[in-house]
Design a protein around this ligand. Structure first.
Ligand SMILES: [Fe+2]
Length: 411
């Protein structure tokens, strides 16, 4: 009986996704030009200069600034005749207050451009600061899709992690502290004018952060690929990102100073961003957002733990695509059937997690929160995310139990 009810419930979800799938096929989103290679951050001001910017707000966070990671970039800005004003008050989950403080600095110092320098938080915060310069509306009113009416001032992105892909996306995630929620602003105007992938900037990342940000990038690629909004462009970028991460992330985890590996991971993160900003994500992200909102579990870590569980759940429905991801990544032989290849792909992710010290359960997850968590997850994902297999309430509770140390069979 429950199976029949679930099938009936799936019909409106799939119908609305069908409309969005058509939109995804014709949607043209900008791809930022990329300056790529070791030391390229020092050449990036030459690109910024072409936009006519004379005074730029550099949006970053205190640890990066204190570490001196910005020094050579700031020096190169000066060499190119561009004044820099550093705003380093971005918090790990950027808030409205961070945006307003950055905006006040932009105005008080008469800047005429913005550059983000850092991980996902500075990039997201800088996007919203730049959006507020030209779009005179509250951050709440920017929430959702296509709410920006005016293009941003010249805006550039310099990522220092390889995971969020924010340098390639139309998205900025911001935290509403008053209402205890995170929400996203999605608009093609948020895509930077240009970006730089410089492996020297990520070479100092600790192994744990290399692992979890890398698994975030893998999740973007896999969820975009197995979802129903895939296009030829999405497939190409997602396959490329997946192959790179499957074959290089563990090496990068162990040899963080290797600039070739770092550059590959930066490219994978960028390609993963290009893929998911067009094709959405899936349940892994819905679960991870709930873990972040409830317990503050870091996004990449949550994704890494949850990814194999959701792939097991979706395995039958996504078997052909998982097999393609496996084969393209060099796992298995052409003669293997899809079932075998899909299995190899999921097993590979589990073994990568184990090799990088990523646990199989979420330490903070409490069994008594599961009913509320399941409601939140399904509210976020259904029908927005074009997942291969639609999840229902009891299934969601069961998967949360698997991920909970108190109720998991695996730990
Ligand atoms: Fe993500």
């Amino acid at each position: 009986m429950q199976k029949v009810l679930n099938t009936i419930q799936n019909v409106p979800y799939r119908s609305s996704q069908l409309v969005m799938k058509q939109v995804a096929q014709v949607l043209k989103l900008p791809v930022p030009p990329v300056l790529k290679g070791p030391g390229m951050v020092r050449r990036f001001p030459e690109i910024i200069k072409l936009s006519g910017v004379t005074k730029i707000l550099v949006v970053t966070d205190k640890p990066l600034y204190a570490l001196g990671l910005l020094d050579s970039f700031l020096c190169a800005l000066e060499t190119n005749g561009i004044d820099a004003v550093v705003f380093d008050k971005v918090q790990p989950n950027p808030t409205f207050e961070n945006v307003e403080d950055g905006l006040a600095m932009y105005y008080s110092t008469n800047c005429n451009g913005v550059v983000a320098f850092g991980g996902g938080s500075p990039l997201d915060c800088a996007k919203v600061i730049a959006a507020k310069v030209t779009n005179r509306k509250s951050i709440e009113k920017m929430r959702g899709l296509y709410k920006l009416t005016r293009k941003l001032p010249p805006f550039f992105a310099i990522p220092t992690t390889s995971g969020t892909g924010s340098e390639a996306t139309i998205c900025a995630v911001i935290t509403d502290v008053k209402n205890h929620e995170k929400f996203s602003i999605n608009d093609p105007k948020l895509v930077p004018m240009a970006t730089v992938l410089d492996p020297e900037l990520t070479a100092g990342l600790p192994p744990s952060l290399t692992a979890t940000t890398g698994m975030d990038a893998l999740t973007h690629a896999v969820e975009a690929y197995i979802g129903h909004y895939d296009t030829a462009f999405v497939k190409e970028k997602a396959l490329n990102a997946t192959e790179i991460i499957i074959n290089n992330l563990e090496d990068c985890y162990h040899n963080g100073q290797d600039l070739d590996l770092r550059l590959k991971m930066a490219q994978a993160s960028f390609d993963g961003g290009l893929a998911f900003t067009r094709a959405y994500v899936g349940y892994v992200h819905a679960f991870a957002h709930a873990m972040g909102g409830f317990y503050g579990v870091p996004h990449g870590l949550a994704n890494a733990i949850i990814l194999p569980t959701i792939l097991d759940f979706s395995r039958k429905a996504a078997e052909k695509k998982l097999a393609e991801l496996a084969f393209y990544s060099g796992l298995g032989e052409a003669m293997y059937d899809d079932e075998t290849l899909a299995g190899l792909f999921i097993e590979k992710i589990k073994s990568m997690n184990a090799g990088m010290g990523i646990p199989t359960t979420i330490y903070a997850l409490k069994a008594y929160d599961i009913p509320e968590l399941a409601k939140r997850i399904l509210k976020e994902a259904n029908p927005t995310y074009p997942v291969p297999r639609i999840m229902h309430y009891q299934e969601c509770c069961d998967l949360l139990q698997q991920l909970c140390p108190e109720t998991s069979f695996s730990d």
